[in-house]
Design a protein around this ligand. Structure first.
Ligand code: GLA
Length: 402
């Protein structure tokens, strides 16, 4: 199979004008430096796209570190709240077909929800930024330039979502701002050489932007001083009928992917890319999540190989019939992990007292394929010194009236 250059430096090497354009336009995201947040009431009106994000306390971690919650608002009144703990998207208010704004994200009202023993035990990664390597690395082991590295094991002898203490549990430095697209929040984190066993000091910048056309855009950038695997994503759980339906089984999903990565019992890819045709994995036309889920042991928790792998392309389209809400996910990543909240078991109670049971939300984690460092035929995930990792994913919300 072809390799999919993701890094701008590599893309230039491939001489693709299209890719170069995508890289340069992606990297022009500008944030005006902001040292203070606007007063809460200026953004509460939602009237102006040029207002600054607001900030409020989100509580403290066990060691007393203050956690902030920033809220971005666009001219249509949509609101996205992001915590400095884990760079976590904690709520996202979007309209239904009657114009009513509701929160479509699973999560908690205070950082204590994300720190609780029950949350740590369940490990659902609600809304968090995921790194240094999103998804799994088999046996937590990989070899770069002849040297074998061992990273944190936290999932059946494998490494999941960065290891024991991933980026989801880090306190990020935040800077609110605005760009031509709307309000922004720039989060930065330095993952030191050796953290969780990964090589190299990795400097990570993530920019959330809430755009005037109702998209929550996430730009991820990273550089390193030693070759290292990198695969960054966000782990938001969506329920577009939150408050009206306790599960997401009626949501209609389309994924433009003719193949998916076959996995073993511990969800490590075997290397096979299997056609979805004639299987419950075929979402090339819209299907309700619940229609065929019983045929997939455990539920959906797989990586789809997107038909288009470079440039901005669709990763998935979702339609919720009761509320009319739609969500389009676009990305420049080659894959998407479609996960249907199979491990949620009612042990967590979130915002508004909602108990999160099985299939209470679904995730669309845009990504490079799981265990790529150990699969030579998968698109490259090794970032080298001098290169810049850059990837962009947008979640765009709309309504369908009938
Ligand atoms: C990813 C994984 C799942 C699960 C969730 C978090 O989606 O693929 O298996 O670990 O994260 O619960």
């Amino acid at each position: 199979m072809p390799t999919y250059p993701r890094l701008c430096v590599l893309a230039a090497g491939f001489g693709s004008a299209l890719l170069l354009t995508a890289c340069s336009s992606n990297s022009t995201t500008s944030q005006e430096a902001a040292t203070t947040s606007a007063p809460a009431d200026s953004a509460a009106t939602g009237a102006s796209a040029s207002a600054m994000p607001t900030s409020a306390s989100f509580g403290k971690t066990a060691d007393g570190t203050e956690i902030q919650l920033f809220t971005l608002t666009n001219k249509n009144g949509l609101k996205a709240s992001i915590s400095t703990y884990g760079g976590t998207l904690t709520s996202l208010l979007v309209p239904d077909k009657a114009g009513k704004l509701s929160d479509v994200i699973l999560g908690f009202d205070n950082v204590s929800g994300y720190l609780s023993p029950a949350f740590r035990k369940a490990g659902p990664y609600f809304g968090a930024l995921i790194g240094r390597y999103g998804n799994r690395i088999g046996k937590g082991q990989f070899t770069i330039d002849g040297k074998t590295y061992h990273v944190g094991l936290n999932n059946n002898g494998n490494s999941l979502h960065g290891g024991t203490v991933g980026f989801d549990q880090k306190v990020w430095t935040a800077k609110p701002g605005t760009s031509a697209d709307g309000e922004t929040l720039t989060l930065t984190y330095l993952s030191k050489d050796g953290e969780e066993g990964y090589p190299g000091n990795l400097t990570v910048t993530v920019v959330y932007t809430l755009t005037a056309d109702n998209a929550l855009k996430i730009d991820y950038t990273a550089t390193t001083d030693k070759a290292t695997p990198v695969n960054l994503t966000n782990h938001a759980y969506f329920n577009l009928a939150q408050g009206q339906s306790k599960d997401v089984l009626a949501h209609m999903v389309t994924i433009p992917a003719d193949r998916y990565t076959v996995v073993d019992a511990n969800l490590i890819p075997t290397g096979e890319l299997k056609p979805v045709k004639g299987t419950p994995f075929d979402f090339t036309t819209p299907h309700a999540i619940g229609e065929r889920i019983a045929q997939v042991p455990g539920g959906y928790d797989h990586n789809w190989v997107l038909n288009q792998a470079t440039g901005q392309h669709s990763a998935a389209t979702v339609y919720e019939p009761t509320t009319g809400r739609t969500m389009e996910v676009t990305t420049d990543e080659p894959g998407v992990q479609f996960y249907t909240g199979n491990f949620l078991d009612g042990s967590l109670t979130g915002k508004n007292g909602v108990v999160y049971g099985k299939h209470a939300g679904f995730c669309l984690e845009t990504q490079h394929f799981p265990d790529s460092p150990n699969q030579a035929k998968f698109p490259n995930t090794i970032l080298k010194p001098g290169e810049t990792y850059h990837t962009t994913t947008s979640y765009t919300f709309g309504v369908r009236k009938q």
